[in-house]
Design a protein around this ligand. Structure first.
Ligand code: SAM
Length: 304
């Protein structure tokens, strides 16, 4: 399916990220809530199916479900079953309910998962997420279940914070041992909490140790290979290259198309579930895409 949406900066749109619910069972201290301000309702399953079918007709190839916590949606496996079969479908989850759902999700057609886990130490994990006792063990069991059910490659999402930066070498080792890809994410400090860790310093050290470095098409993210471990680094802040290579549209948990994580003034309400109408709205959202960081000149050189 050729890409049919290219924005006026020359950037292709090939991915859709849908927040299925604003509800979450954790309260991470830094959460950006996928850039949502005050979701008014929860997107219906029918709308999710319609928007994905419309997006697929416009050349979307990869679909990511997020939240809130997507595993709290009782109709999740059912939704995945209704997705077009030629899409790569992934999910980002805190993993707490993954062990009990991995088999059903895999059978429904989920390709892989990202599991958010900011610490392997129970006290640090609790201090960051406000979790209940036993939740960390449930995440670890969830990772095992995802592996057993072929939801691979599994990425471990770690937001780099002052509270966990010293743990990164241990995280790398954990991922190496368990065949996971470590994804180190720069904190978007929307609430000016000042809790960000030194991701720049960590990346320099990865650079120095790496056997090989590759660059992904999306956002030009760097991936470091270190003695069997794979570490991807996601650094959007003030990063013009990141924005110039953004290939994503988003849908909020209350059914609005969102052209950029960091903007809430250009959303488009989906309203009804008519696929042809939604295609028009997706095209309009594509027209509203602008690189958040960097020159707003049309046709970014990096995207040509
Ligand atoms: N509950 C799911 C989870 O934990 O993955 C999905 C929602 S969560 C908002 C999706 C991802 O965004 C997680 O990996 C989380 O760590 C990341 N995230 C949340 N707030 C962030 C922030 N302020 N800066 C960077 N990443 C953030």
């Amino acid at each position: 399916m050729p890409t049919k949406m290219v924005d006026s900066y020359g950037r292709k749109v090939t991915g859709l990220r849908i927040a299925l619910t604003p509800r979450c069972n954790l309260k991470c201290i830094y959460c950006h809530h996928e850039g949502e301000v005050k979701p008014e309702k929860e997107i219906s399953g029918e709308m999710v199916v319609s928007v994905v079918k419309a997006a697929r007709d416009l050349g979307i190839r990869s679909l990511k479900f997020t939240g809130g916590e997507p595993l709290l949606r009782r109709d999740l496996a059912d939704l995945i079953r209704q997705m077009p079969k030629d899409l790569n479908i992934s999910l980002t989850t805190n993993g707490i309910f993954l062990a009990e759902q991995a088999k059903a999700l895999s059978e429904a057609g989920l390709s892989r998962v990202n599991v958010s886990l900011d610490s392997l130490k129970p006290e640090t994990y609790a201090a960051i997420t406000g979790c209940k006792e036993g939740d960390l063990e449930m995440v670890l069991a969830g990772i095992d279940a995802a592996k057993e059910n072929g939801l691979v490659p599994i990425k471990l999402n770690v937001v780099v914070l002052k509270k966990n930066e010293a743990e990164i070498p241990e995280m790398i080792e954990f991922c190496r041992r368990n065949g996971l890809i470590l994804q180190l994410i720069e904190l978007l400090d929307l609430q000016s909490l000042g809790v960000s860790g030194d991701i720049e310093g960590i990346e320099k050290s990865l650079q120095a140790q790496a056997d090989r470095v590759s660059t992904r098409e999306m956002h030009r993210r760097k991936k470091y290979y270190l003695d069997g471990a794979e570490v991807e680094v996601v650094r959007p802040m003030d990063n013009t290259e990141f924005c110039a290579n953004c290939t994503r549209l988003r849908v909020t948990s209350d059914g609005k198309i969102k052209p950029c994580l960091l903007r809430s003034d250009n959303l488009i309400d989906i309203g009804t579930c008519d696929c042809e109408r939604i295609k028009g709205l997706l095209r309009e959202a594509n027209e509203r895409r602008e690189p958040y960081f960097g020159a707003k000149d049309r046709l970014c050189p990096a995207a040509r």
